[in-house]
Design a binder for this molecule. Structure first.
Ligand code: BG6
Ligand code: MG
Length: 218
């Protein structure tokens, strides 16, 4: 295998926005009288905003129109973005900047592959903008993870084949997406023991070590 690129999921891998997603969904669920908790929140990892809303609404019986659902998604996103607006580099996962700097210096191509439409704001708030050759995010795709679309787009934008890229993911849906697209899937955090993952790591600092096992990029 000749690996030349690393595609990082964003939420839950490079930075910790999970709690802000949780708080924003929780506020909506409370208003609707739905029993939302951290366990349900874990099921939303890697899943698009509208698909996440469907999971939240499935906690109750009530049916809603498309217009009502769009309003709810907007309400959640407004609250979520108000948390992001106050967030800074302290939200980064331990070692994130060092690892990205290290990989970049060694010549690896780097991309973000995220289901989030807020990826540009998160990259700006955390100061990660300059580290990536390209970003593929929720605003550029029509099918969210476990569909491989976002990772295939990231690889295409890097001018690499899936078999030349490692994908780093914290979501089971993300590992499934990576495998469906033909990528080498590395699980971290919640997805550390995900079925189908090709490797598992306990922290970002293990990535350069993992990369060294493969042939160095030209
Ligand atoms: C993913 C998160 O990165 O982005 C999901 O893991 C989230 O939980 C999805 O639902 C979409 O995010 P956004 O920011 O577009 O609402
Ligand atoms: Mg994630």
């Amino acid at each position: 295998m000749e690996i030349r690129g690393v595609i990082f999921d964003l939420d839950g891998v490079l930075c910790h926005t999970d709690h802000y997603h949780y708080l924003a969904w929780k506020a909506l669920a409370d208003r609707l009288g739905l029993p939302f908790d951290e366990r349900v929140n874990d099921r939303l990892r890697g899943v698009s905003r509208m698909d996440s809303l469907e999971i939240v609404l499935s906690l109750g019986e009530k049916q809603f129109t498309q217009a009502e659902k769009e309003q709810m998604a907007e309400e959640k996103n407004r609250r979520y973005r108000s948390y992001l607006a106050k967030m800074g580099p302290e939200a980064l996962a331990p070692g994130a900047v060092d690892v990205l700097r290290d990989l970049k210096a060694q010549g690896w191509k780097l991309a973000v592959g995220s289901s989030s439409k807020n990826a540009p704001l998160i990259l700006e708030r955390t100061g990660l903008e300059g580290y990536f050759d390209t970003v593929a995010d929720g605003s550029q795709i029509t099918r969210s993870k476990p569909d491989p679309e976002v990772f295939l787009l990231a690889a295409r934008k890097l001018n690499l084949c899936p078999s030349e890229c490692i994908v780093v993911e914290d979501a089971v849906a993300g590992i499934q997406a990576a495998k469906a697209g033909g990528f080498f899937a590395v699980g971290i955090g919640d997805a550390a023991n995900a079925p189908g993952a090709d490797a598992s790591i306990s922290g970002l600092k293990e990535i350069p070590i993992l990369c060294k096992k493969f042939r160095m990029p030209l």
